[in-house]
Design a protein around this ligand. Structure first.
Ligand SMILES: Nc1ncnc2c1ncn2[C@@H]1O[C@H](COP(=O)(O)OP(=O)(O)OP(=O)(O)O)[C@@H](O)[C@H]1O
Ligand SMILES: [Mg+2]
Length: 372
């Protein structure tokens, strides 16, 4: 099994006066390429764990392994490590040091010794991805909290890391931007980046993660697929968490009907599929992979969604407005479940992933026809 990170009996205290360590003998194994969420209540130790992954903190005892090798805490080794791993910390003020937005985003690529033209490209692309391209010359001090959070993320994206670690990436962001962050993260996962996020947003973790690791009071209390964890009411409550909405609605409905709760839907469209009568009509999704330009699509009048930052940019440059900017796969699936057709424009690189997501509806009792 390929683990990107592994900790062995990782123990850490911020100071000697602490009664209990902030991390206590944590043995966590994070799979390469898995969509991973670290869950836990306030103070559970999520951020403390993240500071160990890029060597900012050194364990009081135990060790941290990256790709099977114990971290080397020498200055040179750490600077090499940090070209692979980018951590976006919870509080953007700990991350943003430059006077202007563009200088801040340029910092990582410049440090990596990239050519000026490549740095310029990275600045433009990453600011676009977080919706901050218009703020490029702004002093960072004049930004709102959420805007600083976006700039911190852009800075990490600009370094094109192998591993992206995001501490509470959506906290403080507006709902559209939260969904865009998840979409960005999805694109990175498809491109082979390992993404690890920490969150206490159980709905986010449940809809996105392949694997969760749950911390409680500095202890790791669960590692694995989300369902068995959320099925244990007592465990969830003792971790200071709550059940995700989709999980609890599904459990209630299946209990009322006397059906098994599995397979567990993770999205609203999946729940609806499970609840709808067998013979009800579903709509088709016309999937349009986009490379360099938006192709003409026959049959107007049906809702159009966009998924992926390239197609989003092309739409904006072309001055046309899609019906679904955000969470577009789910929006088109909802149309389909409601018996209506839709068109979904996706970045070419995301096509297989989108087909996989649409195909997953089969498990919930509805086949959604895709027209390519
Ligand atoms: N700078 C610090 N000095 C002393 N103790 C600290 C410091 N930072 C965190 N702690 C303690 O370490 C424990 C773990 O904190 P940590 O910030 O890792 O939690 P978290 O899971 O990230 O919480 P949150 O959801 O609030 O971000 C907490 O008990 C906290 O009080
Ligand atoms: Mg934290």
């Amino acid at each position: 099994m390929d683990y990107i990170f592994e900790t062995k009996d990782l123990t850490y205290s911020y100071n000697s006066r602490q009664e209990k360590p902030s991390l206590d003998s944590v043995n966590v194994k994070i799979r390469k390429g898995a969509r991973t969420a670290i869950l836990g209540a306030n103070g559970a130790g999520k951020s403390t764990l993240f500071y160990h992954f890029n060597g900012i903190f050194k364990p009081a005892s135990g060790e941290v392994l990256y790709m099977g090798n114990p971290l080397d805490y020498s200055r040179e080794a750490l600077s090499v490590l940090r070209t692979d791993i980018s951590v976006v910390v919870q509080n953007p003020d700990e991350q943003i040091f430059s006077a202007t937005v563009e200088d801040d985003v340029a910092f990582g690529p410049m440090n990596a010794g990239l050519e000026r033209s490549e740095v310029e490209k990275r600045i433009q692309e990453s600011l676009f991805k977080v919706g901050m391209e218009e703020y490029r010359s702004r002093p960072t001090i004049q930004l709102s909290y959420g805007q600083r959070k976006r700039v911190a993320l852009a800075g990490a994206l600009a370094t094109d890391p192998k591993v992206l670690i995001l501490d509470e990436p959506t906290a403080g962001l507006d709902p559209q931007m939260s969904q865009e962050v998840i979409e960005l993260v999805e694109q990175l996962c498809v491109a082979g980046t390992t993404v690890i996020i920490s969150t206490h947003d159980v709905d986010l973790a449940y809809s996105w993660a392949d694997e969760i690791h749950v911390l409680r009071g500095g202890h790791l209390i669960y590692s694995g697929e989300p369902e068995p964890f959320f099925d244990d009411h007592v465990g969830v409550a003792s971790a200071g968490l709550v059940m995700p909405h989709t999980f609890s609605i599904n459990s209630s409905v299946q209990r009322i009907r006397g059906n098994p709760a599995a397979p567990h839907p993770r999205t609203n469209s999946q729940i609806l599929c499970k609840m709808l009568p067998g013979g009800s009509r579903t709509g088709k999704i016309r999937l349009v992979p986009v490379k360099d330009s938006i192709p003409e699509v026959p049959g107007g009048g049906v809702p159009r969604g966009v998924y992926g930052s390239r197609v989003r940019r092309l739409f904006r440059e072309g001055g046309s407005e899609p019906d679904y900017h955000f969470n577009a796969i789910e929006c088109c699936l909802m149309e389909a479940v409601n018996g209506r057709d839709s068109v979904l424009f996706v970045d070419d690189s995301m096509k297989d992933r989108v087909l996989e997501v649409i195909g997953a509806m089969d498990r919930f009792g509805k086949r959604i026809e895709v027209v390519l």
